[in-house]
Write a protein that binds this ligand. Sequence first.
Ligand SMILES: [Zn+2]
Length: 419
Amino acid sequence: MSDLIITGGTVLTTDGPIRTDLRITDDRVSEIGQGLEASNVIDANEAWVGPGLVDMHSHLRDPGQDWKEDIATGTGAAAVGGYTAVLAMPNTIPVVDNAQIALYVSERGRRVGSADVYPSGCLTMGGDGERMAHIDEMWDAGVRVFTDDGTSVESAAVLRLAMEYIANLGGLVAQHAVDGAMSAHGYMHEGSVSSRLGMHGIPSEAEEIVISRDLALVRLTGVSYHVQHLSSMVGVGLIRQAKADGLPVTAEVTPHHLVFDHTDVASTDADFKMMPPLRSAEDRDALVLGLQDGTIDIVATDHAPHAPREKEVPFEHAPNGVIGLEWAASVTNSVIGDDQVRFFAALSSSPARIAQITDHGHAITIGSTANLVVFDPTERWTPTDSVSRSRNAPYFGRELIGRVRATVRAGQLTHGSTA
Ligand SMILES: [Zn+2]
């Protein structure tokens, strides 16, 4: 497929969205203009063409838990969802806390990935929250984002030290902002539904406390700081104020926190169990508003596969997390509405910039690497299955608006077909 054209779409260029065709030769965009012809054609009529999507929060489960997912199946789901790059979370088995494991993840991605795979690294050894990880050598291996995702770094002293190192290198500290002690025995949001079910809850303050403390450490160290899967109204308020104060702070929200709330958990269906938990409708509305007004920079999937037998247990015993790579773009589009610029900012250019993924997330120009997606913002569809190895998702049977028609990674079609 050395010469491929995408026709009839609205292309996100450096001058904004323009109705035009574009040609891809080998791995590059070679021509932008009207009336292009070639034997391989992707039909983008009525669709948006923009930079391939970039997910800042994927659990690919490799190494160590390939019954849930691996790098081939996880990036397969990413390609279906329009992603050309994913940031792999480091809480694998073993965790990514040194250069060797980081290099394994990126090398495995190069070999079997349908999307470019960028490893993130732990802040602490084994993710234990106590001893700083091999940050310098992971940096040399290309890691730019450091997080103990799955847990919050409890010790302010340890986090401060890691922040100083990472600020010095120019990297990003990303925080799973849920206080460990306050969430240890909770299964869902602490509120009216948890009271009714008699289930231990996790209050919004578990998020507020961690973000508040971390912002003090950001002031102290000057590090670039990113809040993962923001879940509460109070959390949104803290980020809004931090940005107004000029702090180098960014935040993400997951698709599920934008559309569901704790009343959905009343079913005790474990596909609604995640960390942080789905909170109140008021919290959800604040997250949507935060995404619309730019307080929240990006949508990140927190794609967290678990095998059916692991989720098909009583709610309290089920692991946290849902999969989301295949429909995150559709959910985001359903929430933010018909806005091509905002869509690609939230799902591509901003995550690429925040995670320092340089070859993705750019407006389309001649000569740039052809990492692209064709997205139809009006197609209505209902997810019924997944190419992920796992099926834990609350979206099956729910209608979504907008669908990925084709994904092109470095000039090669990774999803969709040509006419
Ligand atoms: Zn997390």
